[in-house]
Design a protein around this ligand. Structure first.
Ligand SMILES: Nc1ncnc2c1ncn2[C@@H]1O[C@H](COP(=O)(O)OP(=O)(O)O)[C@@H](O)[C@H]1O
Ligand SMILES: [Mg+2]
Ligand SMILES: [Zn+2]
Length: 235
């Protein structure tokens, strides 16, 4: 290596550090760092750091994607149960339906603490669960968008914890009852955790939950979510 110019040099004991002007295969004539005889191009070094950073960001983002999917499954939201893009329009009521679906889609993309509650009514098989799921998926995707551009996935393990839960009304009843025999979480804690979600979707409201105690539980959840958005999907 031909040293064109030796820039300021620092010595500490038998160690030294100096800047050199020399040729890099990639960057041509440019500043190099010589650390105890090991010479590196500053620009190559910057590129190496950038590459390592990009790789870390990519891994972090893959980790967060996996975390999101796991969390969605645990919370009853399914990637396969339908999205807005899968919705098929009824030829006969096209315009009206398009308008409603567009409204729901808009709703799903701007959910916050001021969002109104929503009740979806319709006969069995008309796509209520599918739409509820599509709304939930969009909220998770919106949340994903809000991740800071630089983050450490290890420190973001609770990022999706209270995003959205999709539960059937009858499931809430059975899971709440199951808490009676367990000491780790009381029924009230269970309901409070449910209510703590940014979006709570109660599917099949009124189906198989006819007991007064079941209805009381739903009322309790809605109470806990007072001034928060609770979404009700009703048959
Ligand atoms: N407009 C639609 N476009 C595409 N699939 C639909 C539509 N409506 C219903 N489905 C499908 O029909 C099935 C039943 O819908 P579902 O959402 O479970 O109905 P509901 O909850 O109202 O009883 C699901 O597989 C759903 O994806
Ligand atoms: Mg349904
Ligand atoms: Zn270089």
């Amino acid at each position: 290596m031909e040293i064109i110019k030796e820039l300021p040099r620092v010595e500490v004991g038998n160690r030294f550090l100096r800047n050199l002007l020399t040729d890099c295969n990639t960057h041509g004539r440019t500043k190099h760092l010589d650390l105890n005889g090991s010479i590196e191009c500053y620009k190559c070094n910057d590129a190496k750091i950038q590459k390592a950073r990009d790789k870390r960001l990519k891994i972090d983002s893959q980790n967060m994607k996996a975390l999101m999917t796991t969390k969605m499954i645990l919370k009853g939201v399914s990637i396969n149960k339908g999205r807005f893009s899968d919705w098929q329009y009824d030829e006969t009521k096209n315009a009206e339906q398009r308008d409603k679906i567009a409204q729901l889609q808009q709703y799903s993309e701007s959910i916050n603490s001021d969002s109104p509650n929503l009740i979806i009514l319709g006969r069995t098989g008309t796509g209520k669960t599918m739409l509820a799921n599509a709304i939930a998926i969009n909220l998770y995707l919106e949340k994903e968008q809000s991740l800071p551009s630089e983050f450490d996935s290890y420190n973001q393990q609770d990022f999706y914890d209270h995003t959205c839960e999709l539960k059937t009304s009858c499931n809430i009843g059975s899971q709440a009852r199951a808490r009676w025999s367990k000491s780790q979480e009381s029924e009230h804690d269970y309901l409070r955790n449910l209510a703590a979600n940014e979006l709570l979707i109660i599917d099949d409201l009124g189906a198989y939950d006819g007991h007064a105690k079941d209805r009381e539980r739903i009322a309790q959840i809605i109470n806990l979510r007072y001034k928060k958005s609770a979404d009700l999907d009703n048959n």
